[in-house]
Design a protein around this ligand. Structure first.
Ligand code: PLP
Length: 394
């Protein structure tokens, strides 16, 4: 069996969640139907809504079920942007951090290209963190023009965690809505809708031990959103489409379980992360940790994220060599049209393009064990030496 160290991309469904989903899958019933089968499905939806809300400090009425993180990000950003601009045409500016996931970046860029949005990119620190003062500076260029602010809770590449309540204090002072992409944070960091100060929070099930294709937008009741798709208006008239009973159930059980076991699991994952980083740095190949890292810190860096910068290598070559050795990791950034691109996150952190190309992201999850770290560290030196020979840097 290969060693899977790419839990930030997707993680295994918890066995008890898979079992509950399999049972639900056998039943028929559209939650909008009025007969007995429909009402039974509706009950599962509403119990799932309550379970999810309870785990994340939200009210059940704030939960909008979606098809995942990408849809939640798009619905929230495009929807709030359009509603705010419709109410006041001066509000055409989106303030967005430079290190967002493509589900946010590309949505913002599409709004700029097609809907006349202007964009202010908020720079990050060398650690990958986005500060409240950087957000304040961007807003204060012209507060009346801002439609919304969108900043992620935790970065999917380098694991940097942002101080969402501090950022929300800034946006609230200006009466500007804040959207937070919490896809990587939920289940790994305490996420509480009632205290974080955000208007909208995107989450995704498959990063937390739930199914792919299920997500939610936690949306304050008073926040207006123009829908992306039109139809039956199932979710507060904001999101249409027959509700996915199995997905909502699986997501709610997974999030509840992850949140219940968060504190212990965070310490366990941080220990795996730390031994990975320490072990890689001890290999005498000039490897350093990307982003903000202090051993056993579970506040400023995602507990399960080890990001390594390997000089003189292409991360993609390393990825393939490690894969051939039975260890599955990621570079953290996407290929575009089959061509590996240096990560926009690392470039925003101030790394040179050459250094950014040697990125390797190793991420842990609920199935990870200490022997996974041993396997990775055993395979890494030969992979680095070979990747360097391929790159002509030895
Ligand atoms: N936002 C972040 C930070 C992510 O890491 C991801 C997935 O990689 C997404 C959004 C997209 O979520 P989904 O895969 O559920 O569409």
């Amino acid at each position: 069996m290969p060693v899977y160290l790419d839990h930030a991309a997707t993680t295994a469904v918890y066995p008890h969640v898979a079992e509950a989903m399999a049972q639900q899958q056998r039943l028929v019933g559209n939650p909008s139907s009025l007969h007995t089968a429909g009402r039974a499905a509706r009950r599962v939806i509403e119990e799932s809504r309550e379970r999810l809300a309870g785990a994340l400090g939200a009210r059940p009425s704030e939960v909008i079920f979606t098809s995942g993180g990408t849809e939640s990000d798009n619905l929230s950003i495009a929807g709030i942007f359009r509603a705010r601009r419709d109410a006041d045409p001066r509000r055409s500016r989106i303030v967005v951090s430079a290190v967002e996931h493509h589900a946010v970046l590309d949505c913002v860029e599409a709004l700029a290209a097609r809907d006349g949005a202007t964009v202010t990119w908020v720079p990050c620190e060398a650690t990958g963190e986005v500060t409240a003062s950087a957000v304040r500076e961007a807003i204060e260029l012209d507060p009346a023009s801002v439609a919304l602010v969108t900043v992620m809770w935790a970065n999917n590449e380098v694991g940097a965690v942002n101080d969402v309540p501090a950022i929300a204090e800034v946006t609230q002072a200006h009466g500007i809505p804040l959207h937070v992409d919490a896809v990587q944070a939920v289940g790994h960091l305490p996420v509480d809708m009632s205290t974080c100060g955000a208007d909208a929070v995107s989450i995704s099930a498959h990063k937390v031990g739930g199914p792919v294709g299920a997500g939610a937008l936690l949306l304050r009741r008073d926040r207006e959103v123009v829908p992306l798709v039109y139809g039956g208006g199932q979710e507060r008239q904001v999101r249409s489409g027959t509700l996915d009973t199995v997905g909502a159930l699986g997501m709610s059980l997974a999030v509840e379980y992850a949140v219940t076991h968060l504190a212990r699991e965070a310490d366990r994952l941080a220990a795996l992360r730390d031994s990975t980083i320490e072990g890689a740095m001890a290999l005498d190949r000039g490897i350093i940790a990307g982003g903000v890292w202090k051993p056993s810190d579970v506040t400023h860096r995602l507990p399960g994220n080890a990001h390594l910068l390997v000089p003189g290598c292409d991360g993609d070559s390393l990825l393939y060599l490690l894969d051939a050795a039975g260890v599955e990791v990621s570079t953290g950034s996407a290929c575009q049209a089959g061509v590996p691109q240096p990560s926009h996150v690392l470039l925003a952190m101030g790394l040179a393009e050459r250094a950014a190309r040697g990125a390797l992201r190793v991420t842990f999850g609920h199935t990870s064990v200490a022997s996974d770290v041993d396997a990775f560290l055993a395979a890494l030196p030969a992979a680095v030496d070979r990747a360097r020979r391929a790159a002509g840097t030895t």
